[in-house]
Design a protein around this ligand. Structure first.
Ligand code: COA
Length: 176
């Protein structure tokens, strides 16, 4: 009898991916035979990077992990996880404040796909304060982001915010 592949899905919006995400990816990749990082379109959030850009950034920073693949996620996560034959959904928990939202999602996903469990990994202490929004804010204002995101992501962020940080200041002081 062949061994069953233990496959997990790690979903998120990854706008952009941070060192905190990479930490979870590396650790989950050690726990499962295969990890699919699923880049979602979050209708509640306006993204800085397109879905394709986010997928590309993740492919670049996960290239050294042979059992990790990156996919885009449209539609329901629970259905996607079933379609790819996953036994688990992986999520990172940074602080108590994450719990309520995560609990709600895990409960809903369990209703939709009872055979798939959500596994929570504690985010490394070093990255507990990180979020994609905070990284974008620091980058937009020209702060150092090299320790917060992988080098390819730092490059992309600098490129994206270059007109605001290197150019002449906008008369209204506004930036997007
Ligand atoms: N280190 C650092 N930051 C982390 C982190 C970690 N380990 N884990 C999460 N974060 C941050 C993210 O950067 C993000 O920051 P932001 O809010 O500033 O952008 C925040 O925590 C949460 O983001 P993320 O983990 O990407 O989750 P999300 O809330 O953007 O996405 C989905 C949630 C995609 C999983 C959810 O919307 C989903 O499943 N969508 C598919 C549709 C569906 O099935 N909906 C029903 C769900 S029950």
């Amino acid at each position: 009898m062949g061994e069953q592949v233990r496959r997990a899905v790690y979903p998120g919006s990854f706008d952009p991916p941070t060192m905190g995400h990479l930490d979870i990816i590396q650790r989950a990749a050690r726990l499962f035979d295969e990890l699919i990082v699923a880049v979602a379109v979050n209708s509640q959030k306006q993204s800085l990077f397109s879905l394709d850009e986010r997928v590309q950034m993740l492919r670049e920073c996960c290239g050294h992990l042979p059992n990790v693949r990156i996919a885009s996620l449209e539609g329901l996560l629970a259905r996607f996880a079933q379609q790819v034959g996953a036994c688990a959904i992986v999520r990172g928990l940074r602080a108590v404040s994450d719990f309520e939202y995560e609990f709600q999602m895990a409960t809903m996903n369990r209703q939709l796909a009872p055979e798939i469990d959500t596994c929570f990994l504690m985010t490394h202490q070093q990255y507990a304060f990180l979020s994609s929004s905070i990284v974008k804010e620091v980058a937009r204002l020209g702060g150092a982001i090299e320790t917060l995101v992988p080098p390819n992501v730092a490059h992309k962020l600098r490129e994206r915010f270059a007109p605001q940080t290197a150019g002449t200041p906008h008369p209204s002081g506004e930036s997007t």
